[in-house]
Design a protein around this ligand. Structure first.
Ligand SMILES: Cc1cc2nc3c(=O)[nH]c(=O)nc-3n(C[C@H](O)[C@H](O)[C@H](O)COP(=O)(O)OP(=O)(O)OC[C@H]3O[C@@H](n4cnc5c(N)ncnc54)[C@H](O)[C@@H]3O)c2cc1C
Length: 337
């Protein structure tokens, strides 16, 4: 019989965020489909009582808790020690956790300490005739694999967005677990967020605007118009509530002088960038080369604006190619919007 431990760190307010509650729902659903599996929660943080309450009524036998002020900050040494004690106290055979940065950091170390195995970024958990399996993607979502393992304990981290978040009813027995946390040599003195620029990455937006290196190139008048490009792109993002993507060439321009201030490496779409999932995409001043367009595989409605009628988008990669000057097109579009 499997003993499933749902494992998570808590947020600063002692609660579980949406991705953690989604992993909790995945763990509860797996326990249900296995029939007869034990299901426990293992929570660690500065104070975990609010998180335990969020899991009540969802089939968890109890919540094992490590509450310690040292766990207010995520650190490898202390998080791994707390997670290890929780897994040991539960005698868990399966440890299901969210693919959060905090858990991902300790997942492999936890498996090592337990003498177990680990798989990360699961997108589905299955109980195929009583055999636990998972699905996950490899090589940037080109290959999907179904994996099963006989080794235990098996640590599995679950990606966000694959199941609905669990909504508990607030009552759940809890048990404190003692964990001797190692002393930290670092002190967190405060948090600093990146400068107050506009938010350009909006995963929930209906439209992705992609800017390519053409925005930073000399235009028909022989001059650069990078400041104007910045202003046109930001105005469009604001008006259309679109998300901003970039080609590798445009994000790499940062080291080259004439670069868009609205663009950074996190905006890069493509083989070595991201694979966004917006319903529609509009590429501007971007050539549409395969290493870039491969990042558009989940975007079904595609349009591009390029001066070159023979650019990559014309080779069956876009539904519509406007052969036009993107500066003029965006000016017009912003005026209409
Ligand atoms: C291993 C590998 C991995 C890679 N990974 C990625 C990746 O993840 N993402 C990625 O994007 N690339 C990636 N690349 C690079 C990719 O092959 C291209 O070099 C890159 O996408 C080109 O960027 P671009 O289209 O913005 O620039 P360019 O090729 O320089 O194209 C600029 C375009 O702008 C157009 N233009 C200029 N002015 C205007 C105007 N006023 N109006 C309209 N159009 C205009 C030009 O006609 C031109 O087509 C990778 C390459 C390799 C080898």
């Amino acid at each position: 019989m499997e003993t499933i431990l749902y494992l998570s760190a808590t947020d600063a307010d002692g609660r579980l965020g949406r991705p953690s509650l989604e992993a909790a729902a995945a763990a509860a659903a797996l326990a249900k489909s296995l029939g007869g599996a034990r299901l426990l929660a293992g929570l660690f943080g500065a104070s975990t009582a609010p998180a335990a309450a969020q899991l009540g009524g969802a089939g968890f036998e109890k919540a094992l808790r490590v509450d310690d002020a040292q766990l207010a900050q995520g650190r490898y040494a202390t998080d791994a020690a707390a997670a290890f004690e929780l897994a040991k106290a539960a005698a868990a055979t399966l440890i299901i956790a969210p693919s959060s940065s905090r858990v991902q950091r300790v997942a492999a170390g936890l498996a090592q300490r337990l003498g177990g195995v680990v798989d990360t970024h699961a997108t589905e958990l299955l109980a195929d005739g009583g055999v636990v399996a998972l699905r996950r993607w490899f090589y940037r979502q080109r290959l999907q694999a179904k994996l099963s393992r006989t080794q235990r304990p098996w640590v599995i981290t679950v990606d966000a967005g694959i199941v609905l978040a669990l909504a508990g009813d607030g009552s759940m027995p809890t048990e404190a677990v003692m964990a001797a946390l190692p002393a930290s040599r670092t002190t967190v003195t405060g948090l600093r967020s990146p400068g107050g620029g506009p938010q350009t990455i909006r995963p929930e937006a209906a439209l992705l605007l992609v800017a390519g290196a053409g925005w930073c190139k000399k235009q028909a008048d022989g001059a650069l118009h990078v400041a104007e490009a910045d202003q046109l792109i930001l105005a469009f993002l604001d008006k259309a509530k679109a998300s901003l993507g970039g080609s590798k060439s445009v994000v790499d321009q940062q080291g080259e002088g004439a670069s868009l201030t609205c663009m950074s490496h996190v905006n890069q779409v493509g083989q070595t960038g991201s694979t966004p999932r917006h319903a529609k995409g509009l590429a501007t001043c971007c050539h549409g080369e395969e290493p870039h367009v491969v990042g558009w595989r989940f975007i079904n409605d595609r349009r591009a604006v390029n001066l070159n009628a023979g650019c990559g988008w014309a080779q069956g990669k876009a539904d519509v190619l406007y052969v036009a000057d993107a500066f003029q097109v965006m000016k017009e579009l912003n005026a209409i919007l």
